[in-house]
Design a protein around this ligand. Structure first.
Ligand code: ATR
Length: 273
């Protein structure tokens, strides 16, 4: 019997994780199966428990269960604690170990796939929810010159900046108070919808330094609204979160199997040209 893994979520039918991990398993010669697990909205812990009792060894956790996974894991990595959420669980024989590979996935995509230096650079983040919190620890560990957080609800940006103040140079600034500041990396961590093509007053114009990258944490087959807005407002280049999705999976695979698969073959597989 191959070792069992799954992605758990609600909904989960759309998840690309089974495809990604099957490819990783083939490429690294690991005997493992990987399935989709649909859990009821109020039934995450019970579903995870059942999976472990049936021999399940690891879970990727997607919306809306990342906080439930954090609560369930009795042992957690430092990056999971800094994110306050878990996207990866590993069964340790008697309990779940919780990790968060989202931030590491983003950093890997930025530095290795997109060739973007973070150290010494100015970074702007739109959004102060779970997605923003999940990336801030790994981002600050790469010693950017400064990280500025802009959010619709200012108090949430202030809380986030205070939470990470010990990890680096981070500030929360109202959209209108950016004061002409220019940034090398501008990250969209909001869930501003398709209809808000002007960025709902949060995506501030005039923020892109020469050569700047605009990075959307979400991914889509067509350019995202944020990518379109950024291109129209001076970003030299744009990227969506497909690379982050692939790299967070590679980090999870490393935690489970002790080997980091080559992620490059996944890009043409998930985004055929
Ligand atoms: P996630 O886990 O994806 O980060 P979240 O915690 O609900 O989800 O956070 C969503 C983010 O998108 C927040 O920064 C939110 O701003 P608020 O903190 O002010 O709620 C932002 N967001 C969502 N819809 C928005 C909108 N229509 N206009 C502006 N900001 C929006």
């Amino acid at each position: 019997m191959p070792d069992r893994y799954a992605v758990i979520g609600n909904p989960v039918a759309h998840s690309k994780s089974p495809l990604i991990h099957a490819a990783f398993a083939r490429a690294t010669g690991q005997a493992m199966s990987y399935e989709r697990l649909l859990a009821p909205l109020d039934g995450f812990a019970a579903a995870a428990k059942r999976f472990a009792s049936e021999g399940g060894m690891g879970l990727n956790v997607t919306a809306p269960f990342k906080l439930d996974a954090f609560a369930l894991a009795t042992e957690k990595s430092a990056r999971a604690r800094s994110a306050g959420a878990c996207n990866t669980l590993a069964w340790r024989g008697s309990h779940w170990f919780g990790d968060n590979t989202d931030g590491a996935g983003l950093i890997h995509d930025l530095m290795h796939n997109l060739g973007v230096a973070i150290s010494g650079r100015d970074v702007l983040i739109f959004g102060a929810g779970g997605a923003a919190r999940g990336i801030l620890g790994p981002l600050l560990a790469e010693t950017p010159r400064r990280v500025v957080v802009v959010n619709r609800t200012q108090s949430k940006a202030d809380e986030l900046a205070a939470h990470f103040a010990a990890h680096g140079n981070i500030a929360a600034t109202p959209t209108g108070a950016l004061g002409g500041g220019r940034f090398d990396i501008v990250i969209n961590a909001t869930s501003i919808g398709l209809q808000d093509t002007d960025g709902a007053g949060v995506w501030a114009a005039g923020v892109f330094a020469p050569g700047a990258l605009a990075y959307d944490l979400v991914y889509a087959d067509a350019p995202t609204p944020f990518a379109r807005w950024a291109s129209a407002n001076g970003a030299a280049r744009t990227a969506d979160g497909l690379g982050m999705l692939i790299e967070q999976a590679a980090e999870s695979f490393l935690l489970w199997r002790g080997v980091r698969p080559d992620s490059r073959p996944l890009f043409p597989l998930l985004r055929p040209v």
